[in-house]
Design a protein around this ligand. Structure first.
Ligand SMILES: [Zn+2]
Length: 45
């Protein structure tokens, strides 16, 4: 079977113990990803 193109379906967002914003996503094949966004102190607005 040839490689398939993963489809990252968002599983929701969360906040880690360090206060970082974490996005969980997964493909229907079972692959998973975790993307971390660093949230800096002092928002632009
Ligand atoms: Zn996949």
């Amino acid at each position: 079977m040839s490689e398939h193109v993963h489809v990252r379906l968002s599983q929701g967002m969360g906040v880690s113990e360090d206060g970082l914003l974490v996005e969980h996503s997964r493909c229907r094949c079972g692959a998973t990803w975790t993307k971390v966004y660093e949230v800096e102190d002092g928002e632009p607005e």
